[in-house]
Design a protein around this ligand. Structure first.
Ligand SMILES: [Zn+2]
Length: 94
């Protein structure tokens, strides 16, 4: 069982790993963000839910302009991204 404070403290020491994907949680401007090392392109990005109606899944946003990699539910990384996302989001009210 991981609590949010442990997630955040752990983030200063390095990266956690779930299903082979490295990630950590950070507070940026009062908002909790989940940083992951993208399993597709190797860049660091913010893990977010994909909002587009027809594309269920997650996005790893790599730039302020919103460019990033998309992971639909058919992709092998989806389950790991999902467990990372919910292990963080469930703990805090963000
Ligand atoms: Zn990527």
């Amino acid at each position: 069982m991981i609590v949010l404070s442990e997630i955040l403290e752990g983030s200063s020491n390095g990266w956690r790993e779930t299903g082979g994907i490295k990630w950590r949680a950070e507070i940026q401007g009062g908002t909790l963000v989940i940083k992951v090392i993208c399993p597709r392109c190797g860049r660091v990005g913010n893990l977010v839910r994909a909002n587009h109606r027809t594309r269920v899944g997650f996005r790893i946003v790599h730039s302020a302009s919103g460019w990033g990699c998309q992971f639909g539910w058919t992709q092998p990384e989806y389950d790991s991204l999902r467990s990372i996302y919910y292990s963080v989001r469930k703990r805090g009210r963000f």
